[in-house]
Design a protein around this ligand. Sequence first.
Ligand SMILES: CC(C)(COP(=O)(O)OP(=O)(O)OC[C@H]1O[C@@H](n2cnc3c(N)ncnc32)[C@H](O)[C@@H]1OP(=O)(O)O)[C@@H](O)C(=O)NCCC(=O)NCCS
Length: 155
Amino acid sequence: MARGCRCFVARLGHDVVAFGWLASGVEWIGELELEIRPGRGEAYIWNCATDQRHRRQGFFRSIVNGIVAQARQEGMSRLWIGTLDIPAAKAVADAGFVPALRFTSVWMSGMRWLRVRRAETVDSDLLIAAREALSIAGRPIRVGASLKRADRRTH
Ligand SMILES: CC(C)(COP(=O)(O)OP(=O)(O)OC[C@H]1O[C@@H](n2cnc3c(N)ncnc32)[C@H](O)[C@@H]1OP(=O)(O)O)[C@@H](O)C(=O)NCCC(=O)NCCS
């Protein structure tokens, strides 16, 4: 919050049972060891989770839909989100997100191997925007594989 990120929560009575974060500044994506820098009028949804006791009751779907509605109301032009290959990701597609890039990352002996692929259905404008949002040292991220020393940074 001190960095200007906003936290959206779902409550059951007084209890917070799910949450998701929204950032318009630079964020570290730990799973990929990459920074995302949303463009002007854009933001990035990250760290969504539902309390284990309340899963599969639509809370994640509500969080994503709620953030999308709020972003629309504020006139944002685009939201980014990263998903794992898990069944709950369908809530993300249902909210209107389309895939831009696909990643495979592997850590081994202090090294991180990362493969970046374009999503099968991505159009060229979205591909360019996604690569720019994930620029490394000012250059759009390359599609392909790379190997570097692991960088276990926290947010
Ligand atoms: C991923 C996670 C946030 C999902 O939260 P949730 O509140 O249980 O998700 P929802 O109930 O909103 O589910 C959304 C859809 O995915 C389906 N779904 C969720 N988990 C599922 C599972 N394990 N198997 C099959 N379907 C599942 C739901 O049935 C629902 O579909 P429906 O509306 O058609 O029935 C939760 O499992 C979690 O906190 N995991 C650990 C953190 C994590 O992996 N976050 C990454 C999010 S990309």
